[in-house]
Design a binder for this molecule. Structure first.
Ligand SMILES: NC(=O)c1ccc[n+]([C@@H]2O[C@H](COP(=O)([O-])OP(=O)(O)OC[C@H]3O[C@@H](n4cnc5c(N)ncnc54)[C@H](OP(=O)(O)O)[C@@H]3O)[C@@H](O)[C@H]2O)c1
Length: 299
């Protein structure tokens, strides 16, 4: 078993596995357990969830598998999220898709996540998306309370700008350890808007959601994607690796310590990604991908 822990303050593996799409995988509980064990064997010990994934069902699918071997809980880190309300068949209480960072919602959401995941603590709780109505004082008090109860060990955010991050951090004793962001060779906005600079400055781990742009990095046919695909292919051939490994190595190469969160239920894809932690891209290759995505040379 290889354990590749993250170099920064975040307690998690160098790459993580996401469960957003787990309803699509159509695995039996035993198959899901096998998948979780295979991830752990690869050193991918961090599992990314949200209360709303799979219309509020994915956490329970994970919990059902974990309940078959509860001893695995100590060998993993569970990240989950709260703050989005989404109408769903068995949530008649929710009328509108919106955000909610009221104390009651955060506490109820954590309790529901713990029940679904069948465990008694969350390693890292993320606020899923910033809300214009977020009252930083109320949120900070609520997070402190959850920490005091031992229900959550660490906190972070997702899709937050640097200033939204700073606002919440200014009210909170505990350090925010993660900002989970859309980052991939096709999604460069947070490399440019100061979010990754801010993460690096404060030793916050950026987790990269949709590191393969949800698969579009390999299947997309638009001009930009085709340009990036051509460069990934050339670099992959030169290193004798696959294009998805080059894409992962490109994220890992960034000095902010990005933790890619993969979304496939295909363990072979994860195996290749785990192997990519050993692939060090040259600065030339890194910029070839950057330039292909930007569609123009650097100024
Ligand atoms: N914080 C947020 O706001 C947020 C938003 C979105 C996602 N997330 C998190 O990020 C995780 C990952 O997101 P994601 O699922 O979009 O990640 P992703 O790894 O970019 O995309 C996974 C999808 O790409 C496909 N794929 C992967 N490699 C491929 C290849 N070589 N050729 C063709 N298709 C390929 C997979 O298909 P197969 O299943 O067939 O392999 C799967 O459908 C989620 O599970 C969730 O935990 C967070």
């Amino acid at each position: 078993m290889r354990h590749q822990y993250h170099p920064l303050g975040f307690e998690g593996s160098r790459i993580a596995q996401g469960f957003w799409r787990c309803l699509e995988w159509q695995m039996s509980p035993a198959q899901r357990l096998g998948f979780i064990e295979a991830c752990l064997a690869l050193g991918v010990t961090t599992f990314d969830h949200a209360d709303i994934y799979g219309k509020y069902q994915c956490e329970a699918l994970f919990g059902e598998a974990l309940a078959l071997k509860p001893a695995l809980r100590d060998k993993m880190e569970i990240v989950t999220k709260c703050g989005v309300r989404m109408p769903a068949e068995h949530r008649p209480d929710i009328a509108l898709h919106r955000y909610d960072y009221r104390s009651k919602h955060i506490i109820d959401s954590v309790d529901a996540s713990l029940a679904a995941l069948q465990c008694d603590y969350i390693d890292t709780l993320l606020l899923h998306r910033p809300s214009p109505l977020m009252d930083a004082d109320e949120v900070a008090q609520t997070l402190d309370y959850l920490f005091t109860l031992g229900k959550v060990k660490h906190f972070g955010v997702s899709n937050f700008t640097a200033s939204q991050f700073d606002l919440l951090q200014s009210r909170l004793d505990a350090p925010l350890v993660v900002n989970q962001l859309e980052l991939s060779p096709l999604a460069l906005q947070h490399f440019l808007d100061g979010t990754l600079d801010h993460a690096q400055q404060h030793a916050v781990t950026p987790m990269a959601w949709s590191p393969f742009a949800g698969g579009a990095l390999f299947t997309g046919t638009d001009e930009k994607t085709v340009r990036v695909q051509a460069v990934l292919k050339t670099i992959a051939q030169a290193h004798g690796v696959s294009q998805d490994q080059v894409a992962i190595a490109w994220l890992l190469r960034h000095p902010s310590g990005i933790c890619p969160v993969l979304g496939s239920g295909n363990i072979e894809r994860l195996e290749r990604a785990a192997d990519a932690t050993r692939l060090l891209l040259s600065d030339d290759d890194w910029f070839r991908i950057w330039i292909a995505s930007q569609g123009q040379p650097v100024p």
